[in-house]
Design a protein around this ligand. Structure first.
Ligand code: FMN
Length: 262
């Protein structure tokens, strides 16, 4: 493949990261990684050109592209740039997120070559999508990467404008974004003040001088909860408990497989 392979992804609890890296692995090319999970990594603009192929990956929040990322993506531009769209969801549904991701990027100079929706362990509970993506999913993601490479190699004169429009599942209007009250993590006595939670918070919501102090800009991504080495963080809101119980009741035994569009 004579395109420069790039990753552009956000991944609070690392499931999206695993999937996009596996897709890139399948292309067997050197890759430039742009991980935009942390706020300082979103301080810059990205401009990609005709010579680039970009694998763009986000988790699904409320059936959509996370709102703060949709806003940030105004700073990413393409110019007839080949793109692969990947969403990772917690085994409930990806609703309109993949379609929205494709629409966002196709409006700004990217041309969709392929898309995929994969299951990741749910941010709110390890009882839904447990252990996902697993080895089988990652192998499928690698094979998907190889197929995309093959597809690109067959395009006449490297002219992407001849590609038929990429179809992915989703509906208009997109699923409504429901306003949610802030559901902030609390810190218990197990905290060792290591500070990891503040360092890894994707929106800079945790106070570096007092790790139990969390700003309402928290997006409840659960990065601090899943990654705290002492298990000292949890969200104790009644609403989140109710949502999580519903997820466990309805989706803990459902086996969703990756859906690929190419
Ligand atoms: C605020 C929030 C909303 C979510 N909404 C959905 C959803 O609508 N459907 C779903 O299946 N999973 C949903 N999830 C679960 C994540 O999409 C899933 O766990 C994903 O693997 C997380 O990706 P990451 O590990 O890259 O952060 C949500 C997670 C969070 C934090």
């Amino acid at each position: 493949m004579n395109k420069h392979l790039n990753l552009l992804y956000y991944s609070a609890t690392d499931t999206t990261a695993q999937v996009v890296k596996a897709v890139a692995d399948g292309m067997n090319s050197s890759v430039r990684e742009n991980n935009i999970t942390l706020p300082n990594e979103r301080e810059r603009d990205f401009v990609f050109g005709e010579e680039d192929l970009v694998i763009i990956g986000v988790p699904v929040y409320g059936g959509r592209v996370p709102a703060f990322l949709a806003e940030y993506f105004t700073r990413v531009k393409g110019n007839n740039t080949a793109a692969v769209f990947v969403v990772v969801y917690g085994n409930r549904n990806y609703d309109d997120a993949l379609l929205e991701l494709k629409d966002i990027f196709e409006k700004k100079g990217f041309i969709g070559v392929a898309g995929g929706a994969f299951v990741g362990e749910h941010s709110f509970t390890n009882k839904v999508g447990t252990g996902k993506p697993d080895q089988k999913d990652l192998e499928l993601a690698r094979r998907f990467g190889a197929e995309i490479k093959e597809k690109l190699s067959k395009i006449n004169n490297k002219d992407l404008s001849n590609l038929p429009e990429l179809f992915v599942k989703g509906n208009y209007p997109y699923k409504e974004r429901k306003p949610m009250p802030a559901m902030l993590p609390e810190t218990d006595e197990l905290c060792t003040n290591c500070g990891l939670c503040a360092e890894i918070c994707p929106v800079g919501a945790i106070d570096f001088n007092n790790y139990s102090n969390v700003d309402v800009k928290c997006i409840s991504c659960c990065s601090c909860i899943k990654k705290c080495p002492a298990g000292a963080k949890s969200i104790n809101s009644d609403l989140l408990k109710k949502i999580t119980q519903g997820l466990i009741a309805n989706f803990s035994t459902v086996k969703n497989e990756p859906e690929l569009y190419i």
